[in-house]
Design a protein around this ligand. Structure first.
Ligand SMILES: Cc1cc2nc3c(=O)[nH]c(=O)nc-3n(C[C@H](O)[C@H](O)[C@H](O)COP(=O)(O)OP(=O)(O)OC[C@H]3O[C@@H](n4cnc5c(N)ncnc54)[C@H](O)[C@@H]3O)c2cc1C
Length: 435
């Protein structure tokens, strides 16, 4: 069959499916959906209502014309965005700016939300178990649990008391506010130390943006204070020249950057950080971004495949390469070359996955050449930003997603125009995910 006639056939099948679905037909030819019930075109359960999960839930509902039953399991009452959360540390925004209700997902899109945590998966019976004791059956399960921290890699931080004092603030919420309070309490002349793990970790440019935001605060409120970045990596992992220029020009004398500082231990009583090869460093405020891996439910579901940390997926569908009918999105996956662990990318994973899940539930073939994009803004001040962007396309021969040569790039310099784009990006992606 030629590519053109195949596409025409797929379009016709999709049209027929949507027509039948709109007419409320229960006689759709749906293959491989053993537990379908109640007249729906299949049951999708989504674990995690963050960037990946909430987007996938909304788009499965929209693209199935409301025929696929979708339930999100999420313990948090509201969506709180990590993107833009560094502005709360700088003091130009507060937590309410980052927070969006889940109400529209239910009222406008018919997504059911169960406020609970998933604790286990029985992949043979296609059932998710909940902390509250219940169970949810699925035809397709979508996991987007984000990251968990590998506390065992930082001796001294392997207990709750230590973790309550030395904050990560790498999941937006109460820790974001608590770190801001620590910065406010730091006397003028104090040192804020930011420890960055060896890549891969959630949001490559995020720590360097954080350094800028804390420096922006210090420059105005306590100009004798310092930001000391102790990076486990050999160099800045994203937008390096742009960040280094900002530290040299905008935050001269405030920000100091040191590469190859792999954190091994923290002495909580003295705020002392210890490293593989360097002398220990004492901080006024110590902020440790720990090494990360896929959220624990991925392990419980048996879909962790790479380095005991991340989940390999088929990039056409985001289905696990290991366990059938379980899809994994967002930070939890083993990324393809050049693919960042970002909210924007999680949103793109979600759309490819949602389209594939709707197609598969209808017995159709998913799109064979998905394209994904990413744009990542970093706020240098309260108004000025820089960005990096890229386009990624599925390569049929290599069976992975690869950056499209010549696409994307970085800003020439920070600007207020890019700052306005950054705020618009946030507004748009929050609406795309949740409105
Ligand atoms: C400081 C900072 C700045 C950032 N800035 C940007 C940026 O500017 N642009 C950008 O694109 N990205 C940015 N990111 C990265 C972005 O936040 C992540 O890449 C994105 O959140 C990944 O989406 P996700 O769906 O994988 O995880 P999340 O958005 O974290 O969602 C995971 C959800 O799963 C839930 N969950 C976990 N386990 C369970 C369970 N067992 N049962 C039920 N629910 C569960 C959690 O409660 C959470 O709500 C930033 C990150 C940080 C920390």
């Amino acid at each position: 069959m030629s590519a053109r006639s195949k596409e025409t056939t797929m379009n016709r099948q999709r049209r027929d499916f949507l027509k039948a679905a709109a007419a409320g037909s229960t006689a759709l030819a749906l293959s491989g959906c053993g537990t379908m019930s109640g007249g729906s075109a299949g049951k999708v359960v989504v674990v995690g209502g963050g960037y990946g999960g909430a987007t996938a839930a909304k788009y499965v509902r929209m693209w199935s014309n409301g025929t696929v039953d979708v339930t999100i399991i999420e313990p948090n009452a509201e969506f709180i965005s990590c993107p833009m959360s560094n502005l709360v540390l700088g003091g130009s925004k507060d937590l309410s700016y980052l927070t969006t209700s889940y109400a529209n997902l239910t009222s406008r899109h018919g997504v059911k939300i169960v406020r609970d945590s998933a604790t286990g998966v029985d992949a043979d019976k296609r059932i998710v178990r909940l902390a509250g004791g219940g169970e949810l059956p699925y035809d397709r399960l979508i996991l987007s649990p984000g990251v968990d921290f590998m506390w065992d890699k930082v001796a001294g931080l392997n207990n709750a008391e230590a973790q309550a004092k030395i904050l990560h603030s790498w999941k937006a919420g109460p820790q974001t506010v608590a770190l801001r309070r620590q910065l406010e309490a730091l006397p003028d002349g104090g040192v804020y130390v930011l420890s960055i793990p060896v890549a891969p970790y959630r949001c490559p440019p995020g720590p360097y943006e954080r350094a800028c935001q804390v420096a922006w605060y210090f420059k105005r409120a306590k100009p004798k204070s310092k930001v000391l970045i102790l990076d486990g990596n050999g160099d800045v992992t994203s937008k390096g020249p742009l960040f280094k220029k900002a530290w040299a020009d905008e935050y001269k004398g405030i920000v100091e950057y040191r590469p190859n500082y792999v954190l091994t231990d923290v002495d909580v009583a003295t705020n002392m950080a210890r490293f593989e090869v360097h002398e220990p460093v004492r901080a006024g405020v110590l902020n440790v971004v720990p090494p990360q891996r896929a959220g624990a439910i991925a392990r419980a579901a048996g879909v962790v495949t790479a380095n005991d940390r991340w989940c390999d997926v088929d990039f056409l569908t985001f289905e696990s390469v290991k366990v059938k009918n379980i899809h994994v999105l967002g930070d939890a996956i083993q990324i393809a070359a050049g693919m960042p662990k970002s909210g924007h990318m999680a949103n793109q994973h979600a759309k490819v996955c949602a389209a594939a899940v709707v197609a598969l539930l209808a017995g159709q073939t998913p799109n064979p050449t998905p394209v994904l994009t990413n744009t990542s803004y970093s706020m240098i001040t309260d108004k000025d930003s820089v960005h990096v962007c890229s386009v990624h396309q599925y390569d049929k021969e290599k069976k992975t997603v690869l950056p499209v040569p010549g696409s994307g790039g970085v800003s020439p310099a920070m600007s207020a125009v890019e700052g306005a784009y950054a705020f618009a990006w946030a507004k748009n992606i929050w609406a795309d995910t949740l409105a």
